[in-house]
Design a protein around this ligand. Sequence first.
Ligand SMILES: [Zn+2]
Length: 537
Amino acid sequence: MRRLLTITLAALMVATVAPRAADPDTAARWWSHVEALANDGMEGRNTGSAGHKRAAEYVAAQFQKSRLEPGAAGAFIQPVRFNTRHIDESRSRLALVSNGSEETLTLGEDANISMRVDPAATIDAPLVFIGYGLRIPERQIDDLAGLDLRGAVVVHISATPRSLPGPLQAHFGSAGERWKMYNAAGAIGVISIANPRSMDIPWARSTLARLQPAMSLADTSLGETAGQQLSVTMNPAHADRLFAGSGHTFAELLALADGGTTLPAFALKPRIRARVAVERAAVESQNVVGILRGTDPQLRGEFVVLSAHLDHLGIGGAINGDSIYNGAMDNASGVAAILEVAASLHAGTVKPKRSILFVAVTGEEKGELGSLYFAAHPPVPRERIAANLNTDMFLPLFPLKTLMVLGLDESDLGQDIRATARELGLQVQADPEPQRNRFVRSDQYSFIKFGIPALAMKVGYEPNSPEAAIAAKWTAERYHAPSDDLNQPIDRSAAAKYVDVVKTLAVRIANRAERPKWNEGSFFARFARSETRGPGK
Ligand SMILES: [Zn+2]
């Protein structure tokens, strides 16, 4: 029924609004930026690397060419300092202990020790399975009820009940929010088991990333895992080792989760014993910031932020003989899009009333850290930032007919994107797979935490369509792999159309009479209230 209605509406739209044709010059320039940022010479743009710095200088030069004003204290580059942690696995160990006997968990195969938190050198603690591991009083969810978690390492399945609306799944399922709940209950560490159904990349590939250094902001006041002594990700195929002797199997628990039922919580038989050797260092990386000054004397003091992350994974474990993680789609494509929006606004006659802040951020792959730093230390007064539009891996793999919008129903920016789509002959859809937590998995979330209304967009597709299959294949084969490089089939006209969307939408928001605001019932409206503004609150 709904599907049919959509088709009819689309037919009407096509009849009344001729879709704007994609501009081949825009497509060619967009691709030239992708080539400049994702060629092997940029070495995968790892946060803090020389390759990332060269990429940042390229972006700054393009901002200059488009006559943007330097946006960070008179310069285009905003330096961001990080602490890095690198595991020395040869001197690290993870084991399960039952009845006095130790059973090793092989690092890389059974489980990985995450460097996202700064781990304690040694741990010996009881394990408690906590199901989904959520405590959300306002939704009457309490998986921790009646459990003694003091001094324990909690074990949870990385999933959230489907009864939770998408944005809440995304918010409460995040590592930072989870740690707040577990920390308050007295736990000292976390083991998460991915649901194999919603794993973006297979274990065999994701495990290669464990030897990469992890980072946190040197500004520790912005940290979300203070006090966490251990973070382990368990290979779901080997998760039964945790449940031995508990009377439960992982398959049975997973079936309950997939069925949307509540999960039992119980103490596990073994204890966890860990010894972790970490090499620590410090690096500096770059956000790049440019301002297009608005034309309206009143409104030009307010800012619409167009953001895209510049960093990717650098050089890592080789796959098919290739060790450079170029990140062409993730996210040279997004940075290229905002560069092209800046160039096109400079060249064109449409001039926005509010100012537009173009920001290429670092540290996204390390946990959205560059954007968090930017939102915490903005070079313009934060209360003057009216909105954020973020582009991360918008995936122009097939023609752009539908825009997938994250945060569509959370603020009145939803009306702007709907109007923009109508104007350009496109349809809009909310995130069809909220369980992938996409709304909190990129840089828009750093702005949302400070109360700023935000949207993120991608090229959308209908479920079970040929396009859905192309997107799924891309994720399985190229996402966070060296093959996300310049040698892949891309639909450049979809990219050009996307650039048009971002530009049209940004101008529309910049020209609004009233500032954007969160919808009355939106969960995220709470961050705009001053008492909860900012992360860690
Ligand atoms: Zn990524």
